[in-house]
Design a protein around this ligand. Sequence first.
Ligand code: NAD
Length: 359
Amino acid sequence: MTDVKKIAVLGGDGIGPEVVGEAIKVMKKTEELFGLKFEFEHGLFGGIAIDEKGTPLPQETLDICQRADAVLLGAVGGPKWDNNSKELRPETGLLGIRKALGLFSNIRPATVFDCLMDASTLKPEVLEGTDLIVVRELTGGIYFGEKFRRDGEHGQEAVDTCVYNVSEVERIVRQAFEIAQKRSKRLASVDKANVLETSRLWREVVNRIAPEYPDVELEHVLVDNCAMQLLRRPSSFDVIVTENMFGDILSDEAAMLTGSIGMLSSASLGEGSFGLYEPVHGSAPDIAGQGISNPIATILSVALMYRLTFGYEEAAQAIENAVKSVLDAGHRTGDIAVDKSKALGTEAMGERIVAALSK
Ligand code: NAD
């Protein structure tokens, strides 16, 4: 009997529901092609949940996520809720869901499609072959350390503390080694061990764990050097693992190598195989409701879900190949089109990708 996987679907706000809709069509086609079986359960999340339930993350939505094997999320937010108090802001729901589901790592691939190289600000010869993943620690470090103000000798001072413990480092580094094992088996651990004590602990832990993954080639890279090398030789990276703040900055830098926000997928993972999958972009209120958003980031997030949560590698590759073949054939949504008059809408792009899927 086919193993039924439960998917919590949180469309969210703005373009969220429309891009998620196309991703679900792709999932349904892969059910037919690969004999997979999904059960979708929809929940209110973000601004729409504030409007209908008075909170961005209602308990029933959390329950849906907690009984699911994976979550597919669109995007949240919009001008309507921008002036709300903190607890009634859609983004508060994002922090809440990550915390409640124990998601401690954020995974962002940056893959350069040959046919979209001209969308990047870097030269094609630098970009060629770029296919990397940034694994960012999500729940520790300076963003979560103690913060306070005090009166110092020269007036008011502000303090942010950066704290990591061994187990926080260990779990993310193991996850990164395991992801590297499934890819080109190269891992760059990024830190600032020449200056920071948390980085020295990070490096110690990485070195202690590394012998357990003898097939993965490890290098330590200082964060400032990594920022430079990402622009100079991005194709030499495979998996990059780093702490929260360095990862925040480097993942945005890596993302921009590809040139378009409408193409970028992401995953947030915890212990075990459970994961939350979403496009990197937001709810794009400027184009919401017009049917012109690019669904590719969300569709590629499904490929990530298949690979990282379910181990459906063949179906994951089929999705990536379908996206590539549609782009190679010259089809574009407005955000990546040179000739905007020929741009496809959200549904038309989704349909082309579904039609291109094959075993
Ligand atoms: P955004 O990513 O929504 O949009 C930035 C620009 O990129 C806009 O011009 C938009 O039209 C375009 N764009 C984004 N995704 C696109 C797509 N799939 N296809 C075509 N064009 C696309 O960022 P923003 O404008 O800074 O934020 C809008 C709202 O989204 C805010 O309320 C913000 O808080 C929220 N946001 C949510 C998330 C999330 O849900 N994870 C992430 C980022 C921003």
